[in-house]
Design a protein around this ligand. Structure first.
Ligand SMILES: C[S@@+](CC[C@H](N)C(=O)[O-])C[C@H]1O[C@@H](n2cnc3c(N)ncnc32)[C@H](O)[C@@H]1O
Length: 374
């Protein structure tokens, strides 16, 4: 159990604050000024955005875990491409710096530090960056992360506050009007509206969470959706993605699915998506240590559209505890972050893999290179 003061000591380092919260029997969730935090008995997930300094929170998180006698079990960090890389503070200046920083804390785990940069070489603004290190075999879990840019203006307008006849629109109305409440109806939602626009929400159901963050301003509109910890057999992958898209109508989006464990039902989540009015411009499958699989796909709306894109970051760390959850988690601490990226893109239909040009490797169809091997 972390006290509010302890949680704040982590968030202070990452440069964000709590604006709203909701708990259930399994975990506590917090909407932050810059995204979200989820605290489980043996897992912690932080997602931040903008120019926050998420990685700087790692030593404090490890210190708190040590105080609770929780040895580190695993760590995962992921993000898209920064829109304004020059605006990012250290250690987020570039992925090489981030990996070096992460390796200081997680490189000594049994798997060593494993870093990958995947995506379409023709779209340098759409790379997906992942770092993963683990001490123990992973328990079954599926995570879906979507990044959406170029939101439909009418749909984005829902996330601007309106003032009419003395009534100010609020987050609850945005949740309903946008269709967010219909994405997974059984989830309990904690939503928050920003002034004069912007929206964040966390949703809870048993051990599962989902979270949405919307920047509706035209020119750099962006929405992200994540869901983690649900039973994959209980949700149809393609239908879920379509319900999310219906809320935002993006001109471009990417989907990253990470699957750990042997769940046969989860395998449908590794399939190629078929979404009407969108063309898949890139699909990458990347094996991760401990039997993990990452499937990354990016899509562009067909037709004449202004193409923009933002990426996302994700870091997770796990700690070993004495208990085991019903759904198979054995103490896990995750830290998740999201940064923004944008760029022009050209509609392209292809599937291939890319070595990270950041490290001077040529493009090699059919493979991607663990950063630790570079
Ligand atoms: C959803 S919030 C913050 C979450 C974060 N930007 C993300 O995408 O995960 C972003 C939106 O809220 C608006 N906003 C208003 N006040 C804000 C504040 N104090 N901090 C962060 N965003 C704010 C921004 O203009 C933007 O439209």
């Amino acid at each position: 159990m972390l006290s509010r003061a302890q949680i704040n000591s982590v968030l202070d380092l990452a440069r964000c604050t709590i604006v709203s919260e909701l708990s259930n029997e399994e975990f506590d969730s917090y909407v932050l000024s810059e995204s979200s935090l989820f605290v489980y008995p043996y897992k912690l997930v932080i997602k931040t955005c903008g120019t926050t300094k998420l990685l700087l929170a790692i030593p404090r998180i490890l210190e708190l875990a040590e105080e609770l006698s929780l040895p580190l079990a695993a760590a995962k960090y992921s993000r898209g491409t920064f829109i304004f890389p020059d605006a990012q503070p250290s250690p987020h200046k570039n992925f090489a710096d981030e990996v070096a920083f992460l390796n200081c804390y997680f490189g000594g785990l049994k798997s060593g530090g494993n870093a990958y940069v995947i995506g379409d070489p023709a779209k340098p603004g759409q790379k997906w960056h992942i770092y993963y290190a683990t001490e123990y075999p992973e328990k079954p879990v599926v995570t879906l992360e979507m990044c959406m840019t170029g939101l439909d203006k009418k749909k984005a307008s829902v996330f601007f506050k309106t003032y009419a006849d003395g009534h100010i629109s609020c987050a609850k109305e945005m949740t309903k009007l946008s269709g967010i409440s219909d994405i997974i109806p059984e989830m309990e939602i904690c939503d928050f509206d920003f002034e004069p626009c912007g929206y964040s929400m966390n949703a809870l159901h048993g051990p599962a969470f989902s979270t949405i963050h919307v920047t509706p301003e035209d020119g750099f509109s962006y929405a992200s959706y994540e869901v983690m910890g649900f039973n994959p057999a209980s949700l149809a992958y393609g239908d879920l993605v379509k319900r999310v898209l219906k809320c935002f109508g993006p001109s471009e989006f990417s989907v990253a699915v990470t699957i750990f464990g042997e769940q046969v039902s989860a395998k449908t989540w590794g399939k190629k998506l078929d979404v009407e009015s969108y063309a898949c411009s890139n699909m990458v499958e990347q094996e991760l240590p401990s039997g993990g699989l990452l499937i990354y796909q990016s899509f562009t709306a067909t037709g004449e559209v202004w193409l923009r894109r933002q990426g996302g970051c994700y870091l997770s760390m796990g700690f070993a505890g004495e208990q085991e959850f019903d759904h198979g988690w054995e103490s896990y601490l995750a830290v998740q972050t999201k940064f923004h990226a944008t760029g022009l893109a050209v509609l392209q239909l292809q599937q291939h893999f890319e070595l990270d040009s950041l490290f001077g490797y040529p493009d090699t169809p059919g493979n991607s290179m663990p950063h630790s091997d570079i």
